[in-house]
Write a protein that binds this ligand. Sequence first.
Ligand code: 5RP
Length: 222
Amino acid sequence: MSKTESKKQAVARAAIEFIEYDDLLGVGTGSTVDCFIELLKPIKNKISGAVASSISTQQKLEANGIRVYDLNDVSDIPLYVDGADEVNSRLQLIKGGGGALTREKIIANASKKFLCIVDDSKIVNILGKFPLPIEVLPMARSFVAREIIKHKGMPSWRDGFVTDNENVILDVSHLEIMEPIELERKLNQIPGVVTVGLFAERGADQVLISSDDGVSELKKDN
Ligand code: 5RP
């Protein structure tokens, strides 16, 4: 097993400790969350079920015998567990490397607590080195790309990729995101944008980081 893989396993194991009896879990998407889903299998009777942030996560949960609920059929989600592509010291995130950002953002906002699980390669001082994913309505792709250039970003169409919501993704590089909440709000205003992969307004509540020294919690700077 590679070092990165064992870090993902370790942080997923740590996240399991946050689950309380009969919890309904929000479950994110990605390779770190895949480790978490595997660990849910032996404790599937401890939870009441899950809400999935992607079709792929839904299939993996169901394959492990976990009941998956539609978000419209539940009210309280006590805990949402998901990974991230970048994390800063204010627990603000870039997400969407796997293209599931829209459902992830909805479930993050619908959940009481968002526990983010990452390895130490994801921790940054300034968000934006990882190209910022933006989900866009297909007919607005070129228009949104031109608008993003006005915000000094360099958009690149994730060619051949279609989201679970039948939309497309623009990955925006060359951004140095000094004011994440402000940029998230501005980009959200562009007609045709479905979701911006900046999770700043609703960032994580707690971040667990896996490194060579074990799993620790990222302390929040205000
Ligand atoms: C998917 C995401 C993932 O959380 C993010 O890409 C991290 O994935 P991984 O755990 O595979 O590094 O936002 O849309």
